[in-house]
Ligand binder design. Structure first.
Ligand code: AMP
Length: 592
């Protein structure tokens, strides 16, 4: 069994490391020492969660609770804790400091294992209702009181969601491969398993207890969300058809909430694009899945959007988004009913359809939805003609929709990846770069002039480099913000400030403040240009200089300041920026 102290020591080393190879090495050592029964917990703790995120288990520990627990465990006053926190800016370090000079005797002589700490954390998370605050403080204080200083650092940071290890899921998968085989060659198998269950702890446990065969045979299961397939983009109907081998399906593209629906008998769960459980938000869709879908066991997905029964029209996203709420859900479901336009099926009646070709999945989808009013298959055509594709695109746009998604008739369902088996064409990017980009905030600037009162002057934004599992800067962003958005950003970002550049950020530019890569913003720009200042796609040029990519005239768009439905890893990727840059050039050449 691994002692929590040992894990904390590994974390301490990890924090000081920025080389990815080194991180993989350290983490694989940790995994090697773990028993099959505890590797799952080590993975969750390292991810900063109690269970896979789709289970939505919250610690319910705010900074105030953590501060009181530190005081109780060390004999210092709340004021002492706050004073130290003002110096360190991190309650974990404060816990470490105060434990090292604790006024009380360390509790318990035996050192806790990882599983002891984990089960205490589960208890902390499960205490709810009246008196739960005091109980959480007591449980957390007990843990801190029996910790060494370095253990205390992570025991406090973990439930606050501030581990700061700089370790992404991709790096963890490679570490698992190294643990098992000594090199990174198993990563693809592990990634595939992860993409179809979204539970890294489970993948680690299966590998450690049953070996690689179990990972290769890994299949979908109901109530474990599949990481969604994503669409590539191309600028013209001709290019889409060519890429698809001359023939493809073309579906209308609906702009609403992506829903992955899992049903078994009378139980239904709905997962968002980010794999959060959103069942409670869509009572009408959940009820329809039970009553109107013929299959008893099924996983399928679609886009939920507001629909006007009277005119038979879909409503724009600004209307649909009103369904995103915590209160008055059932009233709103009546006044603003949703339709689910289903576009794929991954599992039905005990059989996985993941490896079946698109056309097969579609047939099954139509069969299980036969007769449903609320859940309909997306409207589509199958075509070999660019003209027909364009006509369908134009009629979709004039129906108020976003555009189309073309689908490769023969392709399996490709979980968690952007592949050319789905290609989107939206009205806006025929010609210029007017499709939006989703960028990750990695730093921000203090305000000047009229913005000083909010303390906010702009953002440093990055894209995700999947290969390196790192965020590369692509743009500063200073326009498009409303006052309310500036205030909100200032608020959100001040909470995740970092003293120095976070481990997973690659940047030449130094912002006023670094922040942990957590929030995604939607940005429009006129053009992608080459730039020596940004690390996105940076490579050595013919003349020996280094150049990356950046955005010309970037501006924030969207109703909300940050996109809560996207995680940093789901932001626009470096690869996409390079592709968009290439498409831009083509468009301009052919325009002349
Ligand atoms: P985008 O968010 O612009 O990358 O476009 C991809 C998104 O379009 C998917 O994540 C779905 O939520 C949505 N979508 C709407 N209609 C379809 C469709 N017929 N097929 C696939 N995705 C669709």
């Amino acid at each position: 069994m691994v002692k929590f102290e040992k894990l904390a020591e590994y974390y301490g080393v990890l924090e000081g490391v920025s080389s990815r190879l080194k991180m993989i090495e350290i983490m694989s050592e940790t995994f090697k020492e773990a028993e099959p029964s505890e590797i799952e917990q080590i993975v969750y703790i390292t991810q900063g969660v109690l269970a896979p995120p789709f289970e939505g288990k919250e610690f319910g520990v705010a900074e105030k609770i953590a501060a009181e627990a530190i005081a109780l465990a060390t004999g210092y006053t709340k004021e002492d804790v706050e004073a130290d926190f003002r110096k360190t800016g991190d309650l974990g370090s404060t816990a470490e400091n105060l434990v090292s000079k604790s006024k009380l005797k360390r509790m318990s002589s035996s050192k806790p294992n990882v599983s002891d700490v984990y089960s205490s954390m589960v208890k902390i998370s499960e205490s709810s209702g009246k008196g739960s605050k005091d109980q959480k403080i007591k449980l957390l204080a007990n843990l801190v009181a029996s910790s060494s200083p370095v253990e205390a650092r992570y025991i406090i940071r973990y439930p606050l969601g501030q581990l700061r290890l700089g370790l992404g899921d991709a790096t963890m998968l490679e570490a698992l491969s190294v643990m098992y085989k000594g090199d990174r060659t198993l990563k693809e198998h592990l990634e595939r398993a992860y993409n179809i269950c979204s539970d890294l702890g489970l993948v680690a446990k299966e590998l450690k207890s049953k070996g690689i065969k179990a990972i290769e045979d890994f299949s979908v299961s109901i109530f474990k969300p599949i990481r969604p397939a994503l669409a590539e983009r191309l600028p013209t109907a001709e290019e889409i058809l060519e890429k698809m081998g001359g023939e493809c399906a073309v579906e209308q593209k609906y702009d609403g909430f992506r829903c992955q629906i899992h049903k078994m008998g009378k139980r239904v769960e709905i997962y968002s694009r980010r794999l959060e459980r959103t069942t409670d938000m869509f009572p009408d869709i959940a009820a329809a899945a039970i009553k109107e879908v013929s299959s008893k066991e099924v996983i399928f997905e679609g886009e939920a959007l507001a629909y006007n029964d009277v005119t038979g029209e879909f409503m724009p996203f600004q209307e649909t988004i009103q369904r995103k709420r915590k209160h008055g859900i059932s009233e709103k479901a009546v006044s603003l009913p949703l339709r689910l336009m289903a576009f794929d099926l991954m599992f039905a009646e005990g059989k996985s359809y993941m490896n079946e070709p698109y056309e097969q999945r579609r047939q099954k989808l139509e069969q299980v939805l036969n007769g449903s009013e609320t859940i309909k298959p997306s409207k589509r055509i199958i075509t070999r003609s660019a003209k027909e594709l364009e006509d369908f695109f134009n009629s979709s746009v004039s129906d108020g929709l976003e555009g189309i998604v073309a689908k490769d008739l023969k392709s399996p369902y490709i979980a968690g990846a952007r592949k050319f088996s789905w290609i989107k064409l939206k009205r806006s990017y025929q010609g210029e770069l007017s499709d939006t980009l989703d960028l990750v905030i990695v730093g921000y600037y203090r305000g000047k002039g009229s913005r000083t009162e909010f303390g906010f002057g702009g953002l440093l934004c990055a894209v995700y480099n999947e290969k390196r599992d790192i965020f590369e800067t692509v743009s500063k962003l200073g326009t498009g913000f409303t006052e309310a958005q500036m205030q909100e950003l200032n608020n959100l970002l001040s909470k995740i400030e970092q003293k120095s550049k976070p481990a997973r950020v690659d940047s030449i530019i130094e912002p006023d403040f670094w922040v942990y890569p957590k929030y995604v913003v939607t940005v429009k720009a006129d053009e992608i240009t080459k730039s020596p200042m940004h690390t996105c796609g940076m490579s050595i040029q013919e003349d020996g200089s280094k150049s990356g990519y950046s955005l010309r005239f970037p501006r924030l768009v969207g109703e909300t300041a940050v996109r809560e439905d996207k995680s940093p890893e789901e932001a626009t990727t470096t690869k996409e920026i390079i592709e968009l840059f290439g498409q831009q050039k083509k468009v301009r050449v052919s325009d002349r």
